[in-house]
Design a protein around this ligand. Structure first.
Ligand code: PMP
Length: 409
């Protein structure tokens, strides 16, 4: 079926996956995959070792101080909910006493909705900062808002999934540590993980949520979060903000002494990981991270920027095409969002799919406030093309040709 497919929707989920992912998952499901921490036999022990290897791979990718700071989950949505709800808890406060969370208009619903629910229930106040016309949040504005003593967290995306802009995370994280050290920096790395260089220590990040199925080139339903020592420590005692508490309770396996307890184990990462994990998915993600057939992060980023650069170069001067975000590609990841005069994004998407076999995404991309900022909330959002590390020049060429033909028609 996919012979005729031009897949340019990697920001939704990447395809193709890393070459070894499929086989690794088949091997994992066909052998006894085991349940990590649930048994003394070799199969369970092996599953536990495999989990630890995956934590190590992730920790290396983001310069986390220890693999034990990586908690695995089903992806960014699960991780962001754990971090945001676990920090603020379901604890309504009288008006004037509610903790504040600074966030941006660029957020995906995975950040926006947990915050909105808590705001509606009287748990917190949201301070939403805007973005520049080309799609960047201003570090100064965020740090100044966070310096307020009622602020407990900044929660924001590392990369806009709508506009493709890589946010100034390092400037924000460093500024927060200096001028608002009481605030936790919670980042949504769904689009950034494996796509951009990330150093959680240098960037002052407390929580980094990630999905395995985007630029990490692994399967859906995998991911996790990095949690800094100050955001959760079972020895540190309560901090100004919390610390983050688990929002789910249940079996974590482990030792006899551990199982007898009435509460989750207090230590990372077990405190946030309950229930049987997606071991097959984890095998796929680990394969992706170790796959010699995957271009390095800088190579993939340069490649994807070059491909979206082809599109931007071709249409930036055409008044019938609106391209969002900066013209230069060096502050973007591999995403370009645009609209065509007199066609809705949905019409463009249907045309590309049915007449050209091109898969892109049209709509609001689960980030409504970003579209309000762009002025596209009431006009169907935007068309978003996102190449991956294995996308070919000809595929971007096909998209360009298809849009040219549409403009001629
Ligand atoms: N945040 C951003 C910026 C995203 O692009 C996405 C996925 N579209 C998510 C969060 C949610 O990721 P997942 O669906 O893997 O949980």
């Amino acid at each position: 079926m996919h012979q005729d497919l031009t897949y340019l929707d990697n920001a939704s989920t990447s395809w193709p996956k890393a070459p070894t992912v499929g086989q690794a998952m088949l091997d994992a499901i066909n052998a006894p995959v085991g349940n990590p921490g649930r048994g003394q036999h070799r199969i369970s022990r092996h599953a536990g070792e495999a989990t630890q290897c995956l934590r190590e791979s992730v920790a290396n990718l983001i310069n986390a101080p220890s693999p034990d700071r990586i908690c695995l989950s089903s992806g960014s949505t699960a991780s962001l909910n754990m971090a945001i709800l676990g920090l603020l808890w379901f604890d309504p406060q009288p008006e004037g006493k509610r903790p504040r969370v600074v966030t941006t208009v660029l957020e995906h619903n995975a950040v926006r909705r947990p915050l909105k629910h808590l705001e509606r229930d009287g748990v917190c106040e949201i301070v939403e900062v805007g973005c520049s016309p080309d799609g960047f949040a201003d570090p100064e504005e965020i740090i100044a808002a966070a310096a307020d003593e009622r602020c407990v967290a900044v929660a924001m995306t590392m990369c806009s999934n709508v506009i493709g802009t890589a946010q100034p995370i390092e400037a924000i994280g460093r500024g927060l540590r200096e001028r608002a050290p009481h605030v936790l920096f919670i980042t949504d790395g769904a689009q950034a993980m494996s796509a951009l260089p990330i150093d959680v220590e240098a960037m002052g990040i407390d929580v980094l949520a990630f999905s395995g199925h985007k630029a990490m080139l692994g399967p859906g339903g995998t991911g996790g979060m990095y949690v800094s020592e100050r955001a959760y420590s079972n020895i540190g005692g309560p901090c100004h903000w919390g610390p983050i508490r688990p929002t789910q309770y249940g079996g974590t396996g482990g030792t006899l002494a551990g199982s007898i307890e009435d509460f989750n184990p207090p230590h990372m990462p077990g405190v946030f990981e309950v229930g049987t994990c997606n071991a097959v998915g984890r095998a796929g993600l680990q394969a992706a991270l170790c796959d010699p057939g995957v271009p390095s992060q800088p190579e993939a980023l340069a490649h994807e920027r070059r491909l979206i650069g082809m599109f931007i170069e071709r249409f930036a001067g055409d008044a019938r095409v609106t391209i969002y975000g900066p013209r230069q590609t060096d502050r973007r990841h591999g995403v370009v969002s645009f609209n065509i005069d007199s066609y809705s994004p949905q019409e463009v998407s249907a045309y590309l799919d049915t007449e050209w076999g091109i898969a892109i995404r049209a709509g609001l991309h689960c980030a409504p406030a970003a579209h309000r900022a762009l002025g596209t909330l009431d006009t169907g959002g935007s068309v978003r093309a996102s190449p991956g590390p294995f996308s070919k020049d000809e595929e971007m060429g096909t998209l360009i040709e298809a849009i040219e033909k549409l403009l001629e028609s």
